[in-house]
Design a protein around this ligand. Sequence first.
Ligand code: 2HG
Ligand code: ZN
Length: 470
Amino acid sequence: MNRPPPSSDTLSRLTNVVGERYAIRDLAAMDGYMREWRGIWHGVSPLVVRPANTDEVSRVLAIAHETNTAIVPQGGNTGLVGAQIPHETNTEVVLSLDRMTRIIAVDASDNTITVEAGAILRSMQDAADAADRLFPLSLASEGSCRIGGNLSSNAGGLNVIAYGNTRELCLGLEVVLADGRVWNGLKHLRKDNTGYDLRNIFIGAEGTLGIITGAVMKLFPKPRVQETAFIAIASPQAAVDLLSLARELSGNRVVAFEIMPQFAMDITVKHMGARNPLATPSPWYVLSELADPVRGTFLRILETAMERGWVSDATVAQSAAQRNELWAIRELMPESQTHEGASIKHDIAVPVSRIPAFFTEADAVIRRMMPDARIMGYGHLGDGNIHYNITQPLGMEKQAFLSQWDAINDAVYAVVISLGGSISAEHGIGRLKRKYMPFIKSPVELHMMRGLKRMLDPKGILNPGKLLPE
Ligand code: 2HG
Ligand code: ZN
């Protein structure tokens, strides 16, 4: 971390690799690479390089390794934990993958898509669709996030319950190592039992072990029938019960199961122009989807759930347009929160059965600390992953609220740990959560992680000060 700024000679050597046009030194032109959408971090960097291909990434890293220059890899800059933003030290060079956007191949018989790391997630979904296939990774930022970042953060999103997170969708990787050597692991194999699983070391590593430059990802058949329901539900426990019922009655066809509280609905209606599709307000809502069920399955599930008193009202989309409208409510939720002032976010996971206990215990703790806090616990109930976000109370000064950041984090994480959970389910560690690593990783785990880091990046030039604790 305490390295001197790169010399002007180093900066011009790095510039020469990508060419003047793709090396940004001008502060204004660099700004978009220095800020992230939460507005928490604002990096300061002497140079942003935008390589055109793997060879240029390799040459950049060879120079960085030789000159001990820190490199911060960046994809679509949509990350939520600051991993992609340089420190404020003006010493770290940003390497953006935003020119490496190619979809190299879509293979409908092998069900694979091969891409460069800067490919935008939506362009992969579209390319799969054009080949009558599904690339199921789906998240609110899909129009701008890039697959290299999705892999580096092991992103989750809305369909993890059925298809897994980014890690589970990956078959092969190409990675440039810290010293510039290239590992070509772009395999299309479904089975490959030949020793250590190198691919998975780089997934979720947040660019601290190597820079992912290419990937082979899995494709799936496109569902022919989708049943999407928006459901007013009594409580998180009723939601957990409904999930079990939906799985049973649909023959395990649940591909999404999201929960959201009334507060989340209110602010999405207020700020984002969304419309509550249900007439009566409810303390909780569930948005769920079945893929390829026997037609009418969701109605049967809802009838049973109503008889059992779990569900008070629901609507099942009757057209693609209605389905999109229902999904928009959920996808606009993170942005709606930014209009309500500051929020202290948590991306927690507990076993699905413990979600009701998590809400009860965490809400009680927060209410004791800050009675007027506006709690927005929502998200991927089907994965046991809740975005437990605390929004600043009406009338409270932003600074007074933010001064409680650590206290609120500590309180929520204590509940999570007592329930056998994780403090990061899908957003990663980055800068935001690295200080919590010693609490959630055992000394043995940290020893192994540090050993990997030392072996793959002996000079510590790759994304320093991220993920691993000091
Ligand atoms: C989502 O599920 C994102 O929409 C963002 O993971 C969640 O922290 C958030 O608000
Ligand atoms: Zn999420």
